[in-house]
Design a binder for this molecule. Structure first.
Ligand code: GDP
Ligand code: MG
Length: 210
């Protein structure tokens, strides 16, 4: 059985929910208390994608403080895809999302020079207090070349699997293009992701050159 290994990095300001997202996705668990990430945490998830294909996802949960260090270059290296997360109830984290995206794009790209596919995630949509409107997210998604965006609630388990399915699909398609595989991987599209209509479908390999 063929096996693919992908590296996905998760970035964004402290407390937006990155660690919770990974825990929810990998272990289906959620903690209310906050435990700060130091440096980077790793998690591995193995997915049976189709009858003859297994996907291993290496998730790099990068501490928010790391944007101010030179270590991000090391963490970003060889990433196949990225999640940039912010908290809809804290506007400053939305503004930082753009800075995170720029940090990634200045330090890392796919082999053909195109940007690493990035999904913009507006987390904590369960909260009634909102400081960011959907129209603004839409605009940032388009302007800064994210492949798409969605709201999530890690607390309530909303849109988590769908996000990851979408990213996996992006990575698998790229891999298939490169290797000329005719096999179809379109089994389970990530429903509910608002695609960036301007986003170019790159033919680059999912490897990154930093
Ligand atoms: P990180 O610093 O980005 O890794 O953030 P954490 O995952 O550690 O989460 C920070 C805090 O936000 C924790 O207390 C979580 O329980 C809480 N949190 C995470 N996701 C959500 C969510 O979707 N809704 C709400 N209300 N709280 C959340
Ligand atoms: Mg964390």
């Amino acid at each position: 059985m063929a096996e693919l290994l992908f590296k996905v990095i998760i970035i964004g300001d402290p407390t937006v929910g990155k660690t919770s997202f990974v825990q929810r996705y990998v272990n289906d668990s959620y903690r209310r208390d906050y435990k700060m990430t130091i440096g980077v945490d790793f998690a591995l998830k193995v997915i049976k994608w189709s009858d003859n294909r297994t996907i291993k996802l290496q998730l790099w949960d990068i501490a928010g403080q790391e944007r101010f260090t030179s270590m991000t270059r090391v963490y970003y290296k060889d990433a196949h895809a990225c999640i940039v997360m912010f908290d809809v109830s804290q506007r400053a984290t939305f503004q930082s999302a753009v800075k995170w995206k720029k940090d990634l794009d200045t330090k890392c790209s796919l082999l053909d020079g195109s940007p690493v596919p990035c999904l913009l995630i507006a987390n904590k949509c369960d909260l009634s207090h909102r400081e960011v409107e959907q129209e603004e997210v839409e605009e940032v998604c388009r302007e800064h070349e994210f492949v798409g965006w969605t709201e999530t609630s890690v607390k309530e388990g909303l849109m988590i699997d769908e996000c990851m399915r979408f990213l996996i699909e992006e990575m698998v398609n790229k891999h298939a293009e490169i290797d000329g595989l005719s096999e179809s991987f379109t089994a389970r599209r990530g429903d509910g992701i608002r695609l960036n209509p301007d986003s170019q479908k790159s033919t680059a390999s999912g490897r990154c050159s930093c």
